[in-house]
Design a protein around this ligand. Structure first.
Ligand SMILES: *Cc1c(COP(=O)(O)O)cnc(C)c1O
Length: 364
């Protein structure tokens, strides 16, 4: 037997610790997971109400075209239905893009650290991965542009960037789009779009017509709180979508995920409430950091990358023993830091207290 050679050098995705695992290990009854940027408010109660109805016909294959949610999303973001592709999470859309656009002899340009699935899927397709280090948490876009050549197929731009949370301003983004050669697909991953507060942001969907090589990714996993159901989508010109479609599994999004997303999109009150709470709790966390001499990146997402005077692994272990699961910067390629998802107010207050005890023991 012989698997692809590249797989020998790769590791499967290592998820953050599971809640049950941590409960058992430390004998705790309650665990707060602030590791995967999930919505601390859960998901729309309207979805919960409808859920029993959604599971009534599990023997029937899903609608492979995702017609109802397609119509809903097209209407909601004001694009045509032919401009959409749905995936089992936007993760799968990343995979589809790589399957369709990348192969041996081709290369792809991205930042590092950024969302790891661009690199992972590109390597499996045999493409050369050109990673450009972040500068102060920001994409080094000039260097990324300089890395593009005739064999470049895809440029990945994550804004706001995971794991730093910083976004790209309007002028910079426009200037990049103006200069990327036409033969390169630009993928803007906007998984945290709903949380953006800055008004200095290029509304990517409004410029799709201007840039025929632009594709935007969105998801129902973060602000919409439906990570467990797996549904996200890509938006681009009908030509790009057409090129991607053969690389998509026929029934890649489930009946339940499609139906839940349909209801979730209509409950914008839930999104607004989540975004508002995120904003308030993030502000309080930043204030805590300021008061305790901790620096952080200026986030536009639902998480904060905090620099520490100790290793991220050490803080991670300390917080874990107190029932908080966070992401250690060491695991993300940013040593001496942690990435903390903004949680509920009471939980944020407790975790701040625990962090303080670790960096300045005994201080009240
Ligand atoms: C969470 C995340 C995604 C993936 O979300 P799905 O659950 O697969 O839709 C994509 N991109 C970034 C930057 C993310 O942080």
């Amino acid at each position: 037997m012989k698997a692809k050679e590249i797989l020998k050098t790769m590791k499967p995705y290592k998820p953050g610790k599971g809640i049950e695992e941590v409960k058992k290990e430390f004998g705790l009854d309650r665990i707060v997971k602030l590791a995967s940027n999930e919505n601390p408010n859960g998901f729309s109660p309207k979805v919960a109400e409808e859920l029993p109805k959604l599971i009534s016909h599990l023997e029937i294959y899903p609608d492979g075209y995702a017609a109802a949610i397609r119509e809903k999303v097209a209407d909601f973001i004001n694009v045509s239905e032919e401009q959409l592709i749905f995936g089992n999470g936007s993760d799968e859309v990343v995979q589809i893009i790589c399957r369709a656009f990348l192969e041996q002899g081709a290369n792809t340009v991205m930042a590092t650290p950024t969302f790891p699935q661009y690199r992972h899927n590109a390597l499996i397709e045999g493409a050369e991965v050109r990673e450009v280090p972040l500068v102060d948490g920001h994409h080094d876009l000039e260097e990324m542009l300089a890395q593009i050549d005739a064999d470049t197929r895809v440029l990945w731009i994550c804004t706001p960037n995971n794991p730093t949370g910083v976004h790209i301003d309007r002028k910079t983004m426009t200037s990049v789009l103006d200069r990327v050669p036409e033969h390169v697909l630009v993928v803007m991953d906007e998984a945290y779009y709903e949380y953006l507060e800055s008004d200095d942001y290029l509304e990517s969907l409004e410029v799709l017509d201007q840039y025929p090589n632009l594709m935007v990714l969105r998801t129902f996993s973060k602000a919409y709180g439906l990570a467990g159901l797996r549904i996200g989508y890509g938006v681009a010109s009908p030509e790009i979508i057409h090129a991607l479609e053969p690389a998509r599994e026929p029934f890649n999004t489930s009946t339940v995920a499609q139906a839940a997303a349909l209801i979730a999109i209509d409950d914008q009150d839930f999104i607004q409430k989540s975004v508002k709470e995120n904003k308030d709790n993030k502000k309080a966390l930043m204030q805590f950091c300021d008061e305790n001499g901790l620096t952080y990146y200026d986030t536009q997402a639902n998480f904060l990358l905090i620099h520490l005077p100790i290793s991220g692994d050490e803080m991670f272990k300390h917080l874990l023993s107190k029932g908080f699961i966070v992401r250690s910067g060491e695991a993300l390629g940013l040593p001496n830091s942690i990435r903390l998802t903004i949680g509920k107010r009471e939980d944020m207050e407790s975790i701040q207290e625990e962090m303080k005890q670790k960096i300045a023991p005994g201080v009240k």
